[in-house]
Design a protein around this ligand. Structure first.
Ligand SMILES: Cc1cc2nc3c(=O)[nH]c(=O)nc-3n(C[C@H](O)[C@H](O)[C@H](O)COP(=O)(O)O)c2cc1C
Length: 532
């Protein structure tokens, strides 16, 4: 494996080097809830869902490992993992992905402190909990898989849920098209055993990196890109694979069988239950872990989808892909936001600066075609796409259903969406919705402006309430300004030392004399006094 030293870059934000230093930082920032009392494994799902912070259970009755959940389940925490501002997250992710960093192999690492082989290794000792009440069994949802192509040896990394089936066997969901699925199929064609390792508890950005679609020789390069440093790898104890040396826990083994074993049901990333799947199984051959390993759960579903790790990671990834696709179709993409409430995959809002007719449509088509997004809304640059209220307002004032809707049928989709028709499996397609909520261009732009007070008063110049300006002088100044078509606000600005009541008095005089007229744009102009 190539060793590529990393040049230090002073411009790069400072990343946390590993999970543990990240947890310390979360705690200092009030972003980590530490539960010191003994809790029951039966209570974990409920307590995790109720917490707005990352949560660490130090003591789970009957288990020796602490449990961590929701480590990156908010933008704020994700930004802390990157060491950047929340507003810079997408830019930082894109920038990181441009610089893959090859891993380095080291002799030993903390994950090798305890090694258990064959019968010693026992999955029932892990504090995996029932995450949603109708799940078929406790799932390990923080399992980052590491495997290799059976012919090329290329390292592949993803995240796959594991359903506990016994002390040395789990279900593994490999229904969706993925590199892992293709690699395993190939290994079966070749009649070879397919070894795999599942890393549980790792650098907070590894789970995000594993979801990125980047063409690399070795997917550890992408983990290195996001970590901003080479991933140090150690050899597994019972399989021929390398894993991050700083991991908390690694399950080693192999995939077995065809797509025949019932796996699920499970609370899916959609926030709904998915039906049971038919899948191969994972057989455990060994386990490596730190002496004081933390068992990490990456949350996926439940009633508060918006604060699951899965939705937060997905929304950032979707934003990146939408921003890229739309920037190919429209010259000025101002912002993109993917609300985690809609799973991080399904809805997106895009702000563009419309330069030319058709820009909004181009943006909608690009976003809907390039991603799994089901509904895209395009707004003008003055709408903050992260602000629900502003987006609602834009929809209510800039959108006409007969003119501004785009419906695309027969589009590719993730079949787990429960609104899709039944029994079509992976042949199913979806309809997609685009909403153009940019303002119409055949009316004056100011009609769509957000009403706002345009200036701040400066207390220094305030009028004295008791002072009275000479009305004649004020009148002359106001009349003189009429040639420029002032709005009322311009007089307020211009006459800061004058009481507003006096401006109104002068306005009344000019009107009474027929010397002033108001145009439909809200501007005052001189008028010829009417005869008689
Ligand atoms: C928390 C989490 C759990 C996931 N669980 C699964 C899963 O069980 N099965 C699956 O096919 N994809 C799952 N995914 C998505 C895959 O990890 C993702 O598509 C990945 O990019 C696939 O990698 P690959 O194509 O390189 O194999 C999960 C993602 C996350 C973040």
């Amino acid at each position: 494996m190539a060793v590529q030293p990393m040049a230090t870059d002073p411009e790069r934000p400072r990343r946390r080097p590993d999970l543990r230093s990240y947890l310390r930082e979360l705690e200092e920032a009030g972003e980590l809830e530490r539960v010191g009392s003994v809790v029951s494994i039966r209570d974990l799902g409920r307590l995790i869902e109720a917490s707005d912070r990352a949560i660490l259970f130090e003591s789970v009755a009957g288990y020796s490992m602490p449990v961590l959940a929701n480590a990156v389940a908010s933008r704020r925490r994700l930004a802390m993992a990157f060491g950047c501002a929340e507003a810079d997250l997408r830019r930082e992710l894109a920038r990181s992905l441009e610089r893959p960093v090859a891993p380095v192999v080291v002799d030993r690492g903390p994950v090798q402190e305890v090694i258990e082989r064959a019968e010693e290794a026992d999955l029932s000792t892990l504090p995996a909990y029932l995450q949603h009440d109708l799940d078929a069994a406790p799932f390990l949802s923080g399992a980052m898989d590491v495997s290799r192509h059976p012919e090329t040896g290329r390292y592949n990394i993803g995240v796959r849920r594991l359903m506990l089936r016994g002390p040395r066997e789990t279900g593994v969901d490999m229904v969706a098209p993925s590199d892992l699925r293709a690699y395993y199929r190939r290994a079966r064609e070749l009649g070879r055993r397919f070894e795999i390792a599942f890393v549980i508890g790792t650098h907070p950005l590894d789970y995000l990196a594993s979801q990125m679609r980047v063409a690399t020789e070795n997917e550890f390069d992408t983990l290195g890109a996001l970590r901003g440093a080479p991933v140090e790898l150690v050899r597994c104890a019972t399989v021929d694979l390398m894993v991050p040396a700083d991991a908390e826990l690694v399950l080693e083994g192999y995939l077995d069988g065809d797509w025949t074993e019932v796996e699920g049901p499970y609370g899916e990333y959609t926030g709904c239950y998915g039906a049971a799947h038919f899948n191969p199984v994972f057989k455990l051959t060994g386990l490596m872990r730190r002496r004081d390993a933390i068992f990490q759960s990456v949350t996926i579903s439940g009633r508060r989808l918006f604060h699951t790790d899965s939705a937060v990671l997905a929304s950032l990834g979707t934003e990146l892909r939408v921003a890229h696709a739309v920037s190919q179709a429209v010259p000025e993409v101002v912002d993109v936001y993917c609300p985690p409430e809609a799973s991080g995959f399904h809805h997106v809002r895009i702000a563009v600066r419309v330069r030319q007719a058709g820009d909004a449509r181009n943006a909608l088509h690009a976003a809907l075609a390039a991603t799994e997004v089901k509904m895209a809304v395009v707004v003008d640059e003055d709408i903050d796409v992260r602000d629900d209220r502003k987006v609602e307002w834009a929809l209510s004032t800039r959108f006409q259903a007969d003119r501004d809707l785009v419906v695309l049928e027969g589009m590719r989709c993730i079949p787990l969406d429960p609104s899709l028709p039944p029994n079509q499996g992976w042949h199913v397609t979806t309809a997609k919705l685009g909403i153009d909520a940019t303002r119409r261009r055949d009316k004056p732009a100011h009609l769509f402006d957000i009403p706002a007070m345009p200036f701040e008063d400066r207390p220094r110049d305030w009028f004295q309430p008791e002072s009275r300006t000479e009305l004649q002088a004020l009148r002359e100044r106001m009349e003189a300004s009429l040639g420029t078509g002032p709005r009322f606000v311009d007089w307020l600005e211009q006459e800061r030392g004058v009481h507003q009541a006096q401006i109104i008095q002068v306005l009344g005089m000019l009107r009474a004399e027929g010397r002033i007229r108001l145009d439909p744009d809200g501007r005052y102009w001189p008028a010829e006094p009417s005869a008689g």
